[in-house]
Write a protein that binds this ligand. Structure first.
Ligand code: IPE
Ligand code: IPE
Ligand code: MG
Length: 244
């Protein structure tokens, strides 16, 4: 029985409302949100949780006003260039999922540089979901499999879960055990649709800029109280426990 997650995924929501509730421009909420990212990345690393995925920008977020998108891209570039040093010091490996070809060229260059320079780090893997959409990821996986079938390399009947998972951008990364969404919204918003099949869901009322280590600890405590069943009965789980 694991009481601690190996992989936490977070939908960092509520930056805009945090700012609007203070009569501030939304971008100030995003700026404060970056501070929370810094704190939570370090907190998760110090908890020795090996994988953290952060939903930073969805494929749908491109439809926001140009000014907000531009400001978010600027913050992202700024964050990455400043955090590279910390990632190297804290032995954090940065990975990215999503359509990075849509990012501004300078931001993309900073991102790929950070991914490359941190590739050998092992203590924690930080996965940023940028320009990410779960449905787009599933569609491209279907396309990859279709190409293999058309080339005669794979039989449709032989396609199994592992083949499918291998075509996702999260290939090689364990599925999230705990999914946290802040700001009181209770939806998935096109995040990791395949990978969260059996994740424990945790919703916090707090806007992302106010989310902190204490609240992360509360989520971890709640996770430890949950009983994950994976479709089995209580008796089966007790038997599995006694064997482990
Ligand atoms: C989350 O905060 C950050 C991004 C989606 C980029 P929002 O900007 O969605 O904040 P709300 O939901 O409008 O409060
Ligand atoms: C989800 O938040 C995306 C990120 C946190 C990056 P949104 O604010 O975009 O989601 P909806 O529109 O409320 O579903
Ligand atoms: Mg939102």
């Amino acid at each position: 029985m694991t009481t601690r997650p190996r992989h936490i995924a977070i939908i960092m929501d509520g930056n805009g409302r945090w700012a609007e509730s203070r009569h501030l421009p939304r971008i100030l909420g995003h700026r404060r949100g970056v501070e929370t990212v810094r704190k939570i990345v370090t907190a998760v690393r110090n908890e020795e949780i090996p994988y953290l995925t952060l939903y930073a920008f969805s494929s749908e977020n491109w439809q926001r006003p140009d000014e907000e998108v531009g400001a978010l891209m600027g913050l992202l570039g700024h964050y990455l260039s400043h955090e590279l040093k910390t990632m190297l010091q804290e032995d954090i490996c940065l990975q990215v999922i999503g359509d990075t070809s849509r990012l501004p060229e300078n931001v993309r260059a900073i991102l790929l540089d950070a991914v490359q320079k941190t590739a050998g780090n092992r203590t924690m893997t930080l996965i940023l979901a940028l320009s990410y959409g779960g449905r787009a990821e599933l569609v491209q996986a279907a396309r990859q499999l279709a190409v293999k079938v058309a080339a005669g390399e794979l039989s449709p009947d032989a396609i199994d879960h592992a083949d499918f998972a291998d075509c996702l951008e999260t290939q090689g990364i364990p599925d999230p055990d705990l999914l946290i969404r802040t700001s009181g919204e209770m939806r998935i918003s096109n995040f990791l649709l395949w990978q969260i099949a059996y994740a424990e869901l945790y919703f916090s009322e707090t806007y992302w800029p106010d989310f902190d280590e204490t609240q992360l600890q509360a989520a971890l405590a709640e996770y430890a109280r949950r009983q994950r069943r994976f479709g089995l009965t209580g008796a089966q789980l007790r038997r599995e426990d006694s064997h482990s």
